[in-house]
Design a protein around this ligand. Structure first.
Ligand code: ZN
Length: 71
């Protein structure tokens, strides 16, 4: 489960709820600027999220795949 504001992953509902109360992005949800993230970081993010074929993707393909994962 993750914070709806900042998209940080939490593995317990209790810590998530405590975090949400004080989330820095509560009133201003974060918009991830994937274009600003280096290619190799995008690739490791994609692999962490289990996106298939991430190792062979171009930057634009990684960005599309990561955006799809957000919902
Ligand atoms: Zn948060």
């Amino acid at each position: 489960m993750k914070c709806p504001y900042c998209k940080i992953e939490y593995n317990s509902l209790l810590t998530l709820n405590v975090h949400k109360e004080n989330c820095f992005y509560k009133d201003n949800p974060i918009q991830v600027d994937y274009d600003a993230i280096p290619y190799y970081d995008l690739k490791s993010m994609a692999m962490t999220k289990g996106i298939k074929g991430a190792t062979n993707m171009k930057k634009t393909e990684l960005i599309d795949a990561l955006k799809e994962m957000e919902d």
